[in-house]
Design a protein around this ligand. Structure first.
Ligand code: BGC
Length: 381
C-alpha cells in the first residue's frame, strides 16, 4: 500500500512538473479553427468565422459575433507560427464561459463611465451598472455581444457593420458603425472605425484583444518588455475611475518610456497598483500631432522574438495586465488562461470622459463622422 502511494505521488509530481513546464514554455503551434464551430444563428442573424491571410501566411480569424478576433498566427524568430491572442475554439464558449471580452469590438463606450451616468444637453442618461458601481465596455449587450453584418472584401480584409438603435444600452441616437479589419503584407492588423449618429451621443470604440507573444496559454507575460510612449497617465480611484489628474509617470511603476519588463513593478506597493490590482490604467500618449497615426506602444519577448508595435490616432491607451484572468478559464486547445498570462493595449479616449470635461470630448453629433484607426504590427527581432 505504502509502495503504491509512493508510486502515485511520484506520478503526480511528474504530471505537475509537466503541466508547469507547459505553462512556462512557448506555445508554438498554429491554431486551426473549425468554421463549423462558429456557424450558428444568433438573435436571428448568421454568425460565421472569417479568415484573413497575407503573403507571409500570417492568418487572422475573426467572427462577426462581437466582431471578435479569435486567433492571430504570426511567425516567430525561427519561422514557426504562434497564435498570440486569447480566444475560444468554438462560438458556444463565448456564451458559456466568463466574459472577458476576448478580442471583441467594444462599444458604445470602451472603458468605464462613473456610476453609469452622464449628461448631454441637460438630459441625464443612465446606463447599466455592469461593473459595480460603474458601467463598463458598453454594457451587457454592448457591441461585443452583437452579431455584426459581415462582408469579406478580399482575402485580406473584412468589413463589419452594426446599427445600434436609439437608447440601446441607454445611449441616445441611432448609431451606424462600420469597422474594417485589414491584414497587410507587412504583418499588420489595421482596424479602421467609422460611425455616424442621428442624435448627439457619446462614443469610444476599441478592440479588446488579449496578447501573449509567447503564445496564448503559454504562461505569464511578466517577462514581456513593454514600452509606452507616455509621459503621463490617468490615476484612478479604487473603482478604476480616473481622478481627473494627469500624473507624471517619472519615478513611478508606470514609467514605461524605456523598455521595461511588465513584471518589474507589477507587485509594487503603490496605491495605483493596488487600485488597479496590477496594471489596469489609461496612459496619456505623447503625440506630435492631434490625431495622426503615431507609435503608442511596443511589446517584445526574447522567447519567440516576436515584437508588437501599436500605432493609433487615439489620445490614450489602456494597459491591462490580465489581473482578472484565472486558471479556471479554458481557452483554445484546452489551454488555461491564468492570472496575468495576457495583456491588452486598448487604444481609446480616456475613461469617464463624458463626466470629466477636462478630458478630450467623446461626443458625436449628427452630420459628423467618427473616424479612427489603430494598427497592431507584428515583426521579429
Ligand atoms: C478593463 C479591466 C477589465 C477588463 C476585462 C479592461 O479593459 O480595464 O478592468 O477587467 O477590461 O473586462
Amino acid at each position: 500500500m505504502k509502495r503504491l502511494s509512493t508510486v502515485l505521488m511520484l506520478f503526480f509530481a511528474i504530471a505537475c512538473n509537466n503541466a508547469n513546464h507547459k505553462e512556462n514554455s512557448k506555445n508554438d503551434s498554429v491554431t486551426l479553427l473549425s468554421r463549423g464551430a462558429y456557424q450558428q444563428d444568433v438573435m436571428g442573424k448568421k454568425v460565421d468565422l472569417f479568415v484573413l491571410s497575407n503573403k507571409n501566411k500570417m492568418t487572422v480569424y475573426i467572427t462577426n459575433y462581437g466582431g471578435r478576433i479569435v486567433s492571430v498566427n504570426v511567425p516567430d524568430k525561427s519561422g514557426t507560427f504562434v497564435d498570440v491572442v486569447l480566444g475560444y475554439d468554438s462560438l458556444k464558449h463565448y456564451f458559456d464561459r466568463k466574459e472577458n471580452y476576448f478580442g471583441a469590438l467594444i462599444g458604445r463606450y470602451g472603458n468605464r463611465i462613473a456610476k453609469g451616468k452622464f449628461e448631454l444637453d441637460g438630459k441625464q442618461y443612465q446606463l447599466a451598472i455592469n461593473n459595480a458601481p460603474n458601467a463598463l465596455h458598453g454594457g451587457p449587450t454592448g457591441f461585443h455581444n452583437q452579431v455584426w453584418d459581415a462582408k469579406q472584401i478580399d482575402s485580406q480584409s473584412l468589413e463589419l457593420s452594426y446599427v445600434s438603435r436609439d437608447m440601446e444600452e441607454g445611449y441616445p441616437g441611432t448609431l451606424t458603425v462600420n469597422v474594417l479589419y485589414r491584414l497587410t503584407d507587412d504583418n499588420s492588423i489595421e482596424i479602421s472605425y467609422k460611425a455616424t449618429t442621428d442624435k448627439k451621443t457619446v462614443l469610444n470604440l476599441t478592440n479588446h484583444s488579449y496578447f501573449n507573444l509567447n503564445g496564448a496559454g503559454s504562461g505569464t507575460i511578466n517577462d514581456h518588455l513593454l514600452t509606452i510612449n507616455a509621459d503621463k497617465f490617468t490615476p484612478v480611484d479604487s473603482t478604476l475611475i480616473p481622478t481627473g489628474i494627469l500624473a507624471d509617470v517619472a519615478g513611478t511603476s508606470f514609467d514605461f518610456r524605456k523598455s521595461k519588463a511588465i513584471g518589474d513593478s507589477v507587485n509594487s506597493s503603490s496605491e495605483q497598483i493596488k487600485n488597479g490590482k496590477g496594471y489596469d490604467h489609461n496612459f496619456v500618449l505623447n503625440r506630435k500631432t492631434a490625431s495622426d497615426m503615431e507609435l503608442a506602444a511596443t511589446v517584445y519577448t526574447s522567447v519567440t522574438g516576436i515584437k508588437l508595435d501599436v500605432f493609433t490616432q487615439e489620445p490614450g491607451i489602456q494597459f491591462y495586465g490580465g489581473n482578472f484572468l484565472d486558471s479556471s478559464l479554458l481557452g483554445k486547445k484546452d489551454l488555461h488562461y491564468s492570472y496575468r498570462t495576457a495583456f491588452c493595449l486598448e487604444t481609446q479616449h480616456f475613461p469617464n470622459a463624458p463626466n470629466q470635461h477636462s478630458f478630450a470630448s467623446t461626443e458625436l453629433v449628427p452630420g459628423k463622422t467618427y473616424q479612427t484607426k489603430t494598427i497592431y504590427k507584428f515583426s521579429v527581432q
